[in-house]
Design a protein around this ligand. Structure first.
Ligand SMILES: C[S@@+](CC[C@H](N)C(=O)[O-])C[C@H]1O[C@@H](n2cnc3c(N)ncnc32)[C@H](O)[C@@H]1O
Length: 379
């Protein structure tokens, strides 16, 4: 047992991620993970604790504050999570107290305690668990926590693939922790990025575990692409905003030799996948990738075309904030007269928001599920 927490996790902010009254920067899984780790030995040795998938800093700052972790190592896929942790660490006196590293040996070697916020996708968990089993200390204890409503038995199975012993903890405040021990020396080696050929699009798709839709082609994306390609592209520059595996960037680049596409996403796994997808389709030189929150580092007015399949759900709370944030980003990126092409579920009626935030908007295609709108950036 270490010291009682001094840091009030409820005081953390999500900024620059979307903030709203029903969205929180910490949850009961963060608190249960920290309290479960409190009983473990050896946490205060430098560099022995790794925090994985920390949403906004609760795990990292909680490990520093409550557990007395020293120089913990941190892996976060989302740029918004990285920035929120940095801002919260600055506010609460922990700037530079942790090391941010990519998923791999530098993050995990010598680590004997892992606290993991369980990701939504089993593929992302698979990629993380494989890395921990491969690189962490042989006596590593993995505490993987989540909100019960987002947990599935499949998560236990993924952990059992890589660890000899997996136990399920008691529920508390609608959260639960799975504990995994004894990394398997004979664990199958996970192959990431995964790849799949889509003959109908003549397209290879490469995807790391954390990427939206994996190696498949989302049906909204397919409808968007069909609509854009039927219209034909005349632009010389385009942004694939929220690029995921980079399907849009690769298809656009293949359709027009002179086109340069910037593929950008807040997920590091996504931008890595987008570059792999571009290379696999022979358009690596036409595509640049940028890991960024809402393309904030790209110059204003710098592109003629933005293509977007916006996120629909945000942290399970159905909240339009994430889509609206990307509409505003598109408005900023577009040169006057430039076009934003967006696909969305028919019932969402985003046209009024697009009109207000970007410029004159017309719905150019509809099918039973989706609408595709074109918004022209007003001068
Ligand atoms: C519905 S997916 C579409 C992915 C890809 N364009 C496709 O069509 O398969 C939305 C994407 O937006 C990204 N995203 C969400 N919020 C973002 C933000 N603030 N900045 C950058 N990307 C964001 C997500 O990570 C996700 O990859």
């Amino acid at each position: 047992m270490t010291s009682a927490p001094r840091l009030d996790l409820a005081a953390l902010r999500r900024f620059p991620d979307v903030e709203a009254a029903n969205l929180f920067a910490s949850d009961s899984a963060d608190r249960l993970l920290l309290d479960t780790a409190d009983a473990l030995e050896g946490i205060q040795r430098p560099g022995t604790v790794a925090l994985l998938g920390d949403h906004y800093g609760a795990l990292t700052l909680g490990a520093l504050d409550q557990l007395g972790a020293v120089e913990p190592r941190v892996y976060q896929d989302l740029r918004t999570s990285q920035l929120a942790l940095a801002a919260n660490a600055e506010s609460f006196g922990y700037a530079n107290a942790y090391r941010h590293l990519p998923l791999g040996p530098e993050l995990l070697s010598g680590v004997s305690t892992v606290l993991l916020q369980l990701p939504r996708s089993l593929a992302e968990l698979d990629q993380i668990a494989a890395a921990v089993a491969r690189y962490a200390a042989s006596d590593v204890v993995v505490l993987a926590g989540g909100r019960i409503k987002h947990m599935s038995r499949g998560m236990n199975s993924v952990l059992e693939k890589y660890f000899g012993l997996v136990s399920v903890g008691l529920a508390r405040q609608k959260a639960r922790v799975l504990s995994a021990y004894l990394p398997r020396a004979d664990a199958p080696s996970a192959e990431y990025p995964q790849r799949e050929f889509h003959a109908d699009l003549d397209l290879w798709v490469h995807a790391h575990g954390a990427v939206f839709a994996g190696t498949s082609v989302d049906i909204g994306t397919r409808f968007l692409l069909d609509t854009v390609l039927a219209e034909g592209i005349t632009a010389g520059t385009a942004v694939d905003l929220g690029c995921g595996s980079g399907i849009v960037a690769a298809v656009l680049a293949k359709s027009r030799t002179g086109l340069h596409v910037t593929a950008t996403d807040r997920s590091e796994a996504a931008v890595a996948s987008a570059m792999e997808t571009a290379k696999a389709n022979g358009v690596g030189t036409q595509v640049t990738t940028v890991h960024d929150d809402a393309a904030s580092t790209l110059p204003a007015g710098s592109t003629e075309l933005v293509v977007l399949n916006p996120p629909f759900h945000l942290d399970a709370a159905v909240h339009a904030g994430a889509a609206l944030k990307l509409f505003d980003a598109a408005a900023r990126l577009l040169a006057p007269g430039g076009e934003l092409w967006t696909v969305y579920n028919r019932h969402l009626d985003y046209a009024a928001q697009l009109e207000r935030r970007v410029g004159p908007t017309r719905v150019v295609a509809r099918n039973p599920k989706f609408s595709v709108a074109v918004s022209v950036r007003r001068s």
